[in-house]
Design a binder for this molecule. Structure first.
Ligand code: UDP
Length: 141
């Protein structure tokens, strides 16, 4: 398996619940290293740009409003198979359908407020990492 990088966001609901550390522990226990990180209040334009692929979806406005409702913790995770490893840790989009022991099953309240984002392909990971971090802000593991 190849060493990869993926983008992870701890969303406003999970930051408000004060579980950044508990979520980071799950990354670490799965062999993922944080190689870049920032706590950030997204502007509406930043959230809209990040989720531009969902612009036509009925939930787009609610999603953007939720993502700017408080600060988010954004990180680049690096490790073997990082993209899929992070997706497995996250669990299904709807926490009611997420497997027991996943981040969303344990910390998310609803499909709207679902605790975390994770890139869903390596192609998107590269785009999403570049959206939030300059090359000099990402550190070799
Ligand atoms: N979302 C929502 N309602 C839906 C589907 C998605 O609010 O019916 C939100 C949810 O926060 C989700 C995000 O839109 O995390 C992106 O959706 P996607 O299908 O890409 O899910 P993810 O990759 O985050 O599991």
């Amino acid at each position: 398996m190849a060493v990869e990088r993926t983008l992870s966001i701890i969303k406003p609901d999970a930051v408000a619940k004060n579980v950044i550390g508990q979520i980071y522990t799950r990354f670490e226990n799965a062999g993922l290293k944080v190689v870049a990180a920032k706590l950030k209040q997204l502007s509406r334009a930043e959230a809209e740009g990040f989720y531009a692929v969902h612009k036509a979806r009925p939930f787009f406005n609610d999603l953007v409003n939720f993502m700017i409702s408080g600060p988010v913790m954004i990180q680049v995770l690096e490790g073997e198979n990082a993209m899929q490893t992070n997706r497995d840790l996250m669990g299904a989009t709807d926490p009611k359908k997420a497997e027991k022991g996943t981040i969303r099953a344990d910390f998310a309240d609803s499909i709207d407020a679902n605790a975390v984002h994770g890139s869903d392909s390596l192609e998107n990971a590269a785009i999403e990492i570049a959206y939030f971090f300059a090359g000099t802000e990402v550190h070799a593991a």
